[in-house]
Design a protein around this ligand. Structure first.
Ligand code: CO
Length: 178
């Protein structure tokens, strides 16, 4: 089931996500729904808080690019990685690239991230996993883990840029009568 993605300035996006302690059927349903929601958007990743559940769970889109793809429904299998209670054990290097967020509408901006990160997390069953990620994959991981701390990519921008965005969204919401 595709879930509704909450957007800035929803205050839930600012809360810290709680540790996952129960790996039950309800969690499996949430993971499945999050993957479906991410593929539908489409997005590179999605944190549980973005569908209104503030627990330490993210899904990362690992579907390979297929530029040769013909029109019609994709035959390619869509794949994703589930990371629960994640930690960054080590980080190095630097990369700057354009980011956006499904919860931050109508904005993309350059954000500085680590080039390489070492991650420890649990999978959907609660089993431990550890791996290294770099470049775009590392960027997506850092962006999604930020969500678990209540941090958005706009927090990495200058105060000026962030305030301009805040004003623009406020005005937009006022015009929409929200
Ligand atoms: Co995001």
């Amino acid at each position: 089931m595709i879930r509704k993605i909450i957007t800035y300035p929803n205050p839930l996006l600012r809360e810290k996500s709680a540790l996952v302690t129960t790996f039950d059927a309800e969690l499996q349903t949430l993971i499945k729904d999050m993957a479906e929601t991410m593929f539908d958007a489409p997005g590179a990743g999605l944190a549980a808080v973005q569908v209104g559940v503030n627990i330490q769970l993210v899904v990362i889109n690992t579907t390979e690019d297929d530029e040769e793809e013909e029109e019609g429904p994709s035959k390619k299998e869509r794949t994703f990685l589930t990371l629960i209670n994640p930690e960054i054990l080590a980080a190095e290097g630097e990369q700057v690239d354009v980011e956006g967020c499904l919860s931050v509408l109508d904005l993309t901006a350059k954000v500085k991230r680590f080039m390489k990160v070492k991650v420890r997390a649990q999978n959907a069953k609660g089993e431990p996993l550890e791996f290294e990620a770099e470049e775009f994959f590392a960027r997506v991981i850092q962006h999604e883990f930020d969500h678990l701390q209540g941090t958005l990519f706009i927090d990495h921008l200058s105060a000026l840029k962030r305030n301009l965005y805040k004003k623009r969204i406020k005005k937009q919401l006022a015009e929409e009568g929200k």
